[in-house]
Design a protein around this ligand. Structure first.
Ligand code: FAD
Length: 384
């Protein structure tokens, strides 16, 4: 092992929490700072169950710390897409010829499992309710707000990993350095989470082992299964326009829209109006930037350097793959952190850009082309 470092991770989301385990496994001391309270003690996201599609890339990173099988046990395999047309007819499109699947897993459940695993490790310390407000990269000086006391705290960071998500403050500090490349672009669509509760017998009201899609040309709804028998639905919808978040103002507007557009879903959604009018609208952003590192002092990872729209279900998986790749590079590490960071960002950037572009293109396929007869015919010809 190379010299033991005091490492600071900003952000205890999925990527930061997993990264802490990998770094501690290599003998480093890790302090992880998170602006929110401990999610295991306080319900976040209004207590809604939100799920994610976990793929092979993600499982590989979980395997590296020995929790792949435990996560598989609480994840639901989705063998393909189940398309719902406007008459409620169903068409199933398998993801692969050999029974390949992606898995629906609870975002909060997975994040909490990673925290549970890392917290007993004496080399990992969590600091909740600490929000990074300012960062002086050259001086390695971070200013945080302690939300428990309201006080500002200063922190010297020997080495900092920015795992603080799409609106990263660590990246924000890098953007102020010379010749920094940065772009962000928003889709003109937002998303809203809705719920299909378990059926009366406690089972799933729709086919459990599928990712359900209601493609409607300009917009769509999807649903992923949860282990409690419910489904989390996500409506991807324009912000503005004739049919949009803006145009649906009353319970009647909503009911009429759903009756016409998603007729088979409506009997399964008893709390539709309450969910719709109380849940927030999320925005859909793509972030690209370069470089991802600053000298040997800081490295961005996960959404902080490559936030993508969710239509390939690969944002978290790509962040987990960052960790797998970084860990592989550490196998042959010669002690020069700056060149390791440079090698890492050069290796990952083309893949991150590719998934960002594919994800935007897949939105068009999912909301539109999967229901297009020409697309279905092509898939049939390809034998898929
Ligand atoms: P985050 O999950 O955003 O975590 C960042 C953490 O940093 C948070 O805990 C935050 O509170 C903390 N933080 C932020 N700022 C500060 C600060 N200043 N100081 C201290 N802490 C801070 N990906 C998939 O792989 N599969 C899917 O099916 C999928 N579905 C998605 C559906 C939707 C609707 C969306 C929006 C995204 C989806 N994603 C999916 C993407 C996935 O959510 C992200 O890629 C993933 O959460 C990135 O993890 P992260 O740890 O890098 O960032």
């Amino acid at each position: 092992m190379t010299e033991r470092k005091n490492i600071t991770i900003m952000g205890a989301g999925l990527v930061g929490s997993l990264l802490s385990l990998y770094l501690a496994k290599r003998g480093h001391k890790v302090d992880i700072y998170e602006r929110r309270p401990d999610m295991r003690k306080i319900l976040l996201d209004g207590g809604r169950s939100i799920n994610l599609a976990l793929s092979d890339r993600g499982f590989k990173a979980l395997r590296g710390i020995g929790i792949e099988e435990a996560v598989r046990k609480v994840a639901i395999p989705m063998h393909g897409r189940m398309m719902h047309d406007e008459q409620g007819n169903l068409t199933f499109q398998p993801y692969g010829k050999e029974g390949q699947s992606i898995y629906s897993v609870s975002r909060a459940g997975l994040n909490a499992a990673l925290m549970d695993l890392s917290e007993p490790n004496p080399d990992i310390t969590y600091h909740f309710n600490r929000q990074l407000l300012d960062l002086d990269l050259r001086q390695s000086k971070a200013t945080l707000r302690n939300h428990e006391t309201g006080e500002l705290e200063e922190l010297h960071t020997e080495m900092l990993f920015g795992a603080d998500g799409a609106f990263s403050m660590v990246r924000n500090a890098m953007q102020k350095t010379e010749r920094y490349n940065y772009s962000q672009s928003y889709l003109e669509y937002g998303y809203k989470e809705l719920t299909i509760p378990p059926a009366e017998d406690g089972g799933w009201a729709l086919e459990k082992n599928a990712l359900h899609i209601w493609p409607r040309g300009n917009y769509m709804m999807i649903a992923l299964p949860n282990i409690d028998g419910s489904f989390t639905c996500t409506l991807f919808f324009p912000y503005e326009g004739e049919l949009s978040f803006e145009s649906i103002k009353t319970d009647d507007d909503l009911l009429n829209f759903f009756l016409q557009t998603f007729p088979d879903a409506i009997p399964l959604m008893p709390d539709l109006a309450e969910d719709y009018f109380s849940n927030p609208i999320g925005s859909l952003v793509t972030v690209k930037c370069f470089p991802w590192s600053f000298e040997d002092k800081a490295l961005l990872i996960g959404d902080a350097c490559h936030a993508v729209v969710p239509f390939y279900g690969q944002g978290m998986n790509a962040g987990f793959e960052d960790i797998t790749v970084l860990d592989q590079m550490l196998d042959t590490f010669d002690g020069d952190w700056e060149s390791l960071f440079k090698k890492f960002e050069r290796r990952r950037k083309p893949d991150a850009d590719a998934i960002a572009d594919l994800a935007v293109m897949n939105f068009i396929e999912m909301r539109d082309k999967v229901a297009d007869p020409r697309f279905l015919l092509r898939k049939k010809i390809e034998g898929r």
